[in-house]
Design a protein around this ligand. Structure first.
Ligand SMILES: Cc1ncc(COP(=O)(O)O)c(C=O)c1O
Length: 370
């Protein structure tokens, strides 16, 4: 039996960085500044410089980055927020948590991202914000969404796409608030939870920094209600060790994606049998390489049998989740998102995927679908 191929091999990445990560841990243990402080400030500065944005605010998770952004825009009861139903739950969960109403618009079946024309059709006078998601590492149609959003504010959920570029420029400053996640499986992953929100708006930045610490300014004085959304100093120290490697890791992911694209194209299968992800943005960072097939579940079983780990992002669209039943959606309302849920399969594409393993992934896929 050959070795199993994980979806993402984080243990080799951590073995390579073990000395530096332990050094970061020892430093934080020695100085004892566990909450915010210089570790978080140093990481925020490094990310702001990397992304070319004036403000980067470290928060406790990608979910909290979205929450802080919406709170910063005063989203609340009576407001509607339009977003995609084909995303991780957090994108819409934060809207409901603030008492606002998520409104779902359908996706482009090629990129899996929110369609501007669908957003325009869903717009009402109650629409306060639109959340575009850069799914799987591919930036959404930011210009199209901004135009479709009209007077509503565009927020970018870039949880899966740090290091990706939109029209040649790294994402982070294209929308009034851009939200990142450092969940371990992201391209820049912590050793626990973490997130960041970036903005080019000075006033919004100040407000979000206050919201991160219960809305206090100065300490123990609260003109607004926030929460504990602080990024942990230890995570910031670990992430600062990893940040200089991010570009190399993304380059390796792109190489894997290009290899898959070429091998699968050579195989010449019918499009319903196998479709590779469409790279509309050259700056796609391939947090996931997601194929489509009309026999997804059989393919997944065959790959499991062959020792190749896969994942289904996502098995059920958000408009059909039980917790959103009150919103009144039913099956057939957003057909592209629904179909994607039946057809998608993520295959291994991490930076530590070896050449022999990616060749094994290709043969396993082709022999299952051939
Ligand atoms: C698209 C998207 N939005 C939001 C999140 C939430 O990020 P976190 O897990 O860091 O809270 C994730 C991460 O899983 C995500 O993929």
């Amino acid at each position: 039996m050959t070795d199993p191929i994980p979806l993402l091999d984080l243990s080799s990445q951590h073995r390579e960085l073990e000395g530096e990560l332990r050094g970061a841990f020892d430093r934080v243990l020695a100085h004892g500044g566990f909450i915010l402080g210089k570790e978080v400030a140093a990481f925020e500065e490094a990310v702001a410089a990397y992304l070319g944005v004036p403000h980067a605010i470290g928060v406790s998770s990608g979910t909290d980055a979205l929450l802080v952004a919406l709170m910063g825009l005063d989203v609340g009861p009576g407001d509607e927020v339009i977003t995609t139903p084909f995303t991780f739950f957090a994108t819409a969960g934060v809207v409901s948590r603030l008492g606002a109403t998520p409104v779902f618009a359908d996706i482009d079946p090629e990129t899996f991202n929110l369609r501007p024309d669908a957003v325009a059709a869903a717009l009402t006078e109650k629409t306060k914000a639109v959340i575009g998601v850069d799914l799987f590492g591919q930036p959404c149609d930011i210009d199209g969404l901004r135009e479709a959003a009209g007077p509503a504010t565009l927020i970018e959920d870039a949880a899966q796409s740090i290091g990706a570029s939109y029209r040649g420029e790294r994402i982070g400053g294209h929308a009034p608030a851009v939200c990142f996640s450092f969940f371990p499986a992201k391209n820049l992953g912590g050793l626990g939870d973490g997130g960041m929100v970036t903005t080019t708006d000075d006033e919004l930045a100040t407000k979000m920094r206050r919201l991160r610490v219960h809305g206090s300014h100065p300490k123990y004085f609260h003109a607004m209600v926030g929460g504990n959304f602080r990024l942990d100093a230890l995570q910031a120290a670990f992430l600062n060790v990893k940040l200089p490697h991010l570009e190399g890791w993304i380059a390796a992911r792109r190489q894997n994606a290009e290899y898959y694209d070429a091998r699968f194209a050579e195989a010449g299968l019918a499009p319903e049998r196998l479709r590779t992800p469409v790279r509309r943005e050259a700056g796609h960072s391939y947090n996931q390489y997601v194929i489509r097939t009309d026999r997804r579940d059989a393919l997944r079983d065959a790959l499991t049998e062959a020792g190749v780990a896969t994942a289904i992002y996502y098995p059920r669209p958000l408009h059909l989740q039980e917790c959103f039943a009150d919103l009144g959606y039913s099956e057939g309302d957003l057909p592209e998102a629904e179909l994607a849920c039946h057809e998608v399969l993520a295959i291994p594409t991490g930076p530590n995927l070896t050449e022999s393993n990616r060749a094994r992934v290709v043969s396993a896929v082709l022999s299952a679908l051939g």
